[in-house]
Ligand binder design. Structure first.
Ligand SMILES: [Zn+2]
Length: 181
């Protein structure tokens, strides 16, 4: 079966239903689920937090893995609704850097398996993402995008199309690593 609608249009009840029955739906995607919590416009903040906690009961391990796989989504979901100071952000990304290393070490994933990954290096010494492992071509890997985000919509569209295919390929690689536990 397929869910056949976007996660970010689901109601609270529908989220519960699909999380409970995720094995039946071949288009169920855990990263998509977590990302949609941030994007969903039907849910109030407290409902989003409820969905997050409910999802964690089943997918916490996968969620923690997002620190490597998609750190931006991880941070957005983990700190949803919280007001963060610059200092908080610095601390958060320091922690992500450490977690990325321990995920790689724990899983004995050799860096060669992450050929599409590289360290964020935009040239700004003060950037909170310095040293964060990012997928090549991903939002965090683009050197200037986080400084002037919607300067060139067309370029972004191109990048986002490329990102979708990159993400699919990279997901296959990592899911394989992840499922060999
Ligand atoms: Zn940067």
């Amino acid at each position: 079966m397929e869910i056949g609608q976007k996660f970010n249009t689901l109601t609270l009840k529908e989220y519960f239903f699909y999380i409970d029955n995720y094995k039946k739906y071949k288009d169920f995607n855990t990263l998509g689920l977590y990302r949609s919590i941030v994007e969903n416009e039907k849910l109030a903040l407290d409902e989003k937090l409820t969905v997050r906690e409910y999802a964690h009961k089943t997918f916490k391990k996968t969620f923690d893995f997002l620190q490597l796989k998609d750190p931006k989504t991880f941070v957005e979901v983990e700190y949803l609704g919280q007001e963060l100071t610059k200092g908080d952000e610095q601390k958060i990304w320091d922690d992500i850097r450490k977690s990325q290393q321990s995920i790689l070490e724990d899983k004995k994933i050799k860096h060669r398996n992450f050929g599409e990954y590289s360290k964020h290096n935009c040239g700004y010494d003060t950037c909170v993402w310095n040293g964060i492992m990012v997928r090549q071509g991903s939002w965090l890997a683009e050197s200037s995008m986080h400084f002037d985000s919607d300067k060139n919509k067309y370029q972004q569209k191109l990048k986002s199309d490329k990102r979708k295919s990159d993400r699919k390929r990279e997901r296959q690689i990592i899911d394989r690593e992840f499922e060999t536990e």
